[in-house]
Design a protein around this ligand. Structure first.
Ligand code: DX5
Ligand code: ZN
Length: 221
């Protein structure tokens, strides 16, 4: 099944519960939470206290994307805050495979992300132990950017590797997806699709979700 993961980066931060409920009612199983530290990416967003509050506000799966230099230092905070899936970046200075084991030891789902210029192959050896991989389809840092087409072969390569070996690993993509290209993204092989501005930047969340679902149609991976 294809899952839409609305990114709250484009939601109304004064009304997160309202916006998340609307997305959930419109069929979103995941809520994508973008954590930025102003070092790994040139933007600052939210930290573990907000995840903790979101945990109380929703039963949806909290899909927490750590765009930070030191995931090793802050991982426990995000685990304790109630994250369901934690994504760490392969390029983060504090990244190591140990983080995957720590996430699993806490009973949560582990994911590793690559930026647009990082080759897909670095993730191949990790696939057997990962619950999800995240291919960034924009340079991380901001919502509302355009989809980078050169990431398409990486999505295809990861899907092929997952299929070939029968791995139980989701493939998420993040950045520049809207109703016009979401169907193509599923055809490339993504099964979890992050959408920020395409869900929360349109005024009517239910309508925006319906347009994305229509874009997916009956496609599957
Ligand atoms: C960007 C974030 C994305 C962002 C996507 O660094 O990781 O999750 O919110 O926004 P859109 O869907 O607007 O490209
Ligand atoms: Zn993200």
């Amino acid at each position: 099944m294809i899952k839409i993961a609305p990114s709250i980066l484009s939601a109304d931060f004064a009304n997160l519960q309202r916006d998340i409920s609307a997305a959930g009612e419109a069929g979103a199983p995941y809520v994508h939470v973008d954590v930025m530290d102003g070092h790994f990416v040139p933007n600052i967003t939210i930290g573990a206290p907000v995840v903790k509050s979101l945990r109380k506000a929703t039963d949806l799966v909290l899909d927490v994307h750590l765009m930070i230099d030191r995931p090793d230092k802050y991982l426990d905070d995000f685990l304790e805050a109630g994250s369901d899936i934690i994504t760490v970046h392969y390029e983060s200075p504090g990244y190591s495979e140990t983080l995957i084991d720590k996430i699993h030891a806490a009973g949560k789902r582990a994911s590793v992300s690559i930026k647009p210029k990082t080759p897909a192959e670095v993730l191949f050896p990790l696939l057997p132990k990962l619950d999800m991989v995240l291919v960034m389809t924009v340079e991380p840092g901001f919502g509302g950017q355009s989809f980078i087409e050169s990431t398409i072969p990486k999505i295809r390569a990861l899907r092929a590797e997952i299929k070939k070996n029968g791995y139980d690993c989701e493939l998420e993509i993040d950045g520049g997806v809207d109703a016009s290209n979401i169907g193509a993204c599923v055809e490339y092989g993504a099964n979890v699709i992050v959408a920020g501005s395409a869900v929360f930047g349109k005024g009517d969340i239910a309508k925006a979700m319906a347009a994305l679902k229509e874009g997916i149609g009956d496609r599957d991976v």
